[in-house]
Write a protein that binds this ligand. Sequence first.
Ligand code: PLP
Length: 425
Amino acid sequence: MNESMPFNDVDYTTLAERCRGDFPLLARQMHGRPLVYLDNAATSQKPQPVLDALQYYYRQQNANVHRGVYQLSEEATAAYEAARARVQRFINAAAMEEIIFLRGTTEAINLVAQAYARPRLQPGDEVLISAIEHHSNIVPWQIVCRQTGAQLRVIPVLDNGELDQSAFAELLGPRVRLLALTHVSNALGTINPIAEMIAQAHRQGIPVLIDGAQAVPHLRVDLQALDADFYAFSGHKLYGPTGIGALYGKRRILEAMEPWQGGGEMISQVSFEHTDYNQLPYKFEAGTPNIADAIGLAAALDYVDNLGLEVIAAHERQLLAYGTRALQQVPGLRLIGTAPDKAAILSFVMAQAHPHDISTILDRCGVAVRAGHHCAMPLMQRFGLAGTARASLALYNSRQDIDVLIEALHQVVRMFGDATTEGGQ
Ligand code: PLP
């Protein structure tokens, strides 16, 4: 690859060749075939530097953080806080205090629903979400609406998977207290124009939470430029470990919030009569944190940044275009989600076969794709589908992987026939 060439002119196929060897699991075989892993929107595989960081921590640094006045604990604390600084840099947050380590996106959204929204919502207030949300950005809002008497409102989706922007403008009424929106749809790949939507909400004084679970592996996120009030993501979709993720929150908002959970770490002074809470971000990190996986996440961010997120994005864009063209040639196959601005997610149905049958046949060919509702049941209902099959791409996927997928789909066609009418969904 010629580093001096502009991104659009570069052949990025070499990226996968260069990186594949960094991911030990990708050397596995499935049913006697080389594994073609295309379920990256569910979780990504982990490169050796992440595995090494986890091992190094447990072999050399393991101690509880913040409280120990001995060298090992100080080392563990330094590594844990360096991981926080790494996340801050990765998403360009203004301050380390704005980064709260949590289990992942789901936990982050629940924290905001309970610690931010619940005390502020009144009967008749509205929480605005969209029709393409993951359940983790639907159910926490349903719970808090039930607790407070607020109403859930939903921005509709157009047939191609884009949000209906004129409906959005109309829904942004005076009763809306929060907009909670996905950056990238896990089921369709749609990239929402969140910068404009945040600005629109802010013009009416409405704070915004962004679910970035599917965005951070594919797009450069700059929180100071975006100006989101909250931004949530998970480490495991970003080549990092499971069980770790982060919530970004603007400092002034986090400071005004009550804690979510009580316990150790989140206090500065406790008596039976009264407790003073710790400063940010510890106020929201009750209990022993997930130290090892935070360190593993930092290693994943180093890995991604060393390759260059822009390079990864360009590679995935090329692969998405290649995959889209190839899938459209498969008899009976229909892509679900054709927004012009899409991340590397290919959701589809076939006239001949149910998504679960597709997935099972693909698995016998070594190809791992997801089949089902993708934790977005209301979206599936909107499209009149029980589910889709979904191939989701990552930096280590290649054109050859797509070719194997297509060959496996032709196997589905051969088994179920060259149907011209849809069925089985
Ligand atoms: N939001 C989106 C868009 C997702 O795709 C996912 C996971 O698939 C989540 C939220 C939930 O992430 P986690 O299960 O890591 O909390």
